[in-house]
Ligand binder design. Structure first.
Ligand code: GDP
Ligand code: ZN
Length: 459
């Protein structure tokens, strides 16, 4: 898919009925395909009301066709956009007719993400921007839409590029001195190399913070509600969701399967997984639910460990064992919030004596739920501001983390007693490579193919 140079075609609009459906064709030989379709050449960037006919001269559709000549198009190649009537069967017919008439020119159906891939390969957008197109389409909240739009405009890429530029400058400085017999420590001081490196590290850190927020905006938070049966997990989920989404009954083990509910708290998408009572069971359905609960725990961003505050003093061996097991299964660094439910069952003196020590809530009365929501946002590291936010992916965070490790190492090679300019420069180069992978430079082809293949067809 990376190298094929054939013209491609796909329906660009969503499946289903609509007023208008858009079909996009892009690639070489498009002039010939256009004249085969409409017996004429189209003036670029002009709307043309045209009729498409089948082999018998029968009208398939009257449509608007716009021709974009390379390189002034989305893909950077010639593009023909057909705005047809939006019926799925009709679009199918138009597609078939185009493929028939474009056959001699090698017209083929596009792979997922192939239009964006070509835009990327033709340097119309970089990889982070291409990803932002997919994220814009998949956005789950208004804030995510705005973040994706900023990334698509290049906000994220520009920051990455200016960081790369500063590292490049520093490298040039260091590498040009490698050939001179100057004392290495002397050089570092004269060039203020350490200070400059520190500035770069600060910038990288700020970028990482922004990207972390961006990932939360894009993916939301996987929040697992864990705890023994009957402590009120389903009730809390309902309370947070503000509607009845899980079955609440007083019988232990009712929640047989995990229930996933997506809500937003303070604009942040939260995917809340209500775990089935995590206990040994002979019931197959229940066992399946428990298995999936463990999977969810292994991928959590945050776990709320819920306890029943009215029975808190009688927490017994198995419950403590279960908790230890959960703590062991969490991804590293996953925060755990201990929350005590059913505060309404505590006497006011009990409640006073526990105040400030832990989070007490009542899923029944709603008491403490607002504070819990704040605590959740704080714990997942949501900065609370969506102003200027971009969207980011796990992939970007991983690259930033690896770049950071290399900058740390490069700093070590500039430390007194351990100076090696050669290794200093080498670590700078490695950091730069990692940053370059975010915008797509130096990214291996197989990874590139994998990223684009996750796009929808027609993008
Ligand atoms: P789960 O098994 O952990 O999901 O627990 P449920 O949400 O099904 O709740 C078990 C029982 O506890 C039900 O009878 C709920 O009505 C009750 N319950 C849940 N939260 C509260 C609370 O805050 N206060 C009181 N008094 N009862 C609660
Ligand atoms: Zn439940």
């Amino acid at each position: 898919m990376l190298t094929r140079k054939l013209p491609i075609i796909a329906v660009a609009t969503a499946p289903g009925k609509a007023g208008v459906g858009v079909i996009r064709i892009s690639g070489p030989n498009l002039l010939q395909i256009t004249s085969a379709l409409f017996q004429k050449t189209l003036t670029p960037r002009q709307a043309n009301l045209l009729t498409l006919r089948d082999g018998d001269g029968e009208v398939i559709d009257q449509l608007i066709a716009i021709y974009f000549a390379a390189p002034a198009s989305f893909t950077g190649d010639d593009v023909l956009e057909l705005q047809c009537h939006g019926g799925p069967q009709l679009l199918e017919l138009v597609m078939r007719r185009c493929l028939e008439l474009g056959q001699d020119q090698g017209l083929v159906i596009a792979e997922p993400g192939e239009f964006s891939l070509r835009a990327y390969l033709n340097n119309k957008i970089d990889l982070a921007q291409a990803e932002a197109i997919a994220d814009l389409i998949d956005a789950q909240s208004e804030a995510a839409v705005r973040g994706a739009a900023r990334s698509l405009q290049g906000a994220f890429s520009n920051d990455i590029n200016s960081l790369i530029e500063e590292i490049t400058q520093l490298r040039i400085l260091v590498e040009s001195t490698l050939d001179f017999p100057e004392e290495e420590i002397e050089f570092l001081e004269n060039a203020q190399a350490r200070e400059r490196l520190k500035t770069v590290m600060h910038q990288l850190h700020a970028l990482r913070e922004g990207a972390k927020q961006g990932k939360i905006l894009r993916d939301g938070i996987q929040l697992v509600l864990a705890g023994a049966p009957n402590v009120g997990k389903s009730s809390l989920l309902n309370c947070l969701a503000g509607e009845e989404v899980a079955i609440v009954t007083p019988i232990a083990g009712t929640t047989r399967d995990r229930v996933k509910e997506s809500i937003t708290i303070g604009g942040v998408p939260m995917h809340i997984i209500d775990t089935a009572g995590l206990r040994d069971t002979n019931d197959l359905v229940e066992a399946k639910g428990i298995e999936r609960s463990w999977e969810a725990i292994g991928a959590a961003d945050l776990v709320i460990f819920l306890q029943d505050s009215s029975t808190i003093d009688s927490v017994d061996g198995p419950e403590l064992e279960l908790k230890a097991q959960i703590l062991k299964s969490l991804p590293s660094k996953c925060p755990v919030l201990e929350v005590h439910n059913k505060s309404d069952l505590l006497s006011s003196s009990d409640l006073r004596s526990t105040k400030g020590r832990a989070l007490f809530i009542s899923a029944k009365t709603g008491d403490g739920i607002e504070a819990l929501k704040q605590k959740i946002l704080e714990t997942v590291g949501w900065g609370g501001t969506q102003e200027g936010a971009i969207v980011a992916r796990r992939r970007h965070l991983d690259c930033l983390d690896r770049a950071s490790v290399h900058l740390d190492k490069s700093q070590q090679f500039a430390a007194d007693g351990n100076v090696s300019l050669e290794l200093f420069a080498e670590e700078l180069r490695l950091a730069q490579d990692q940053l370059g992978q975010i915008t797509g430079k130096l990214l291996p082809d197989d990874l590139l193919g994998k990223i684009f293949s996750q796009f929808c067809i027609g993008k």
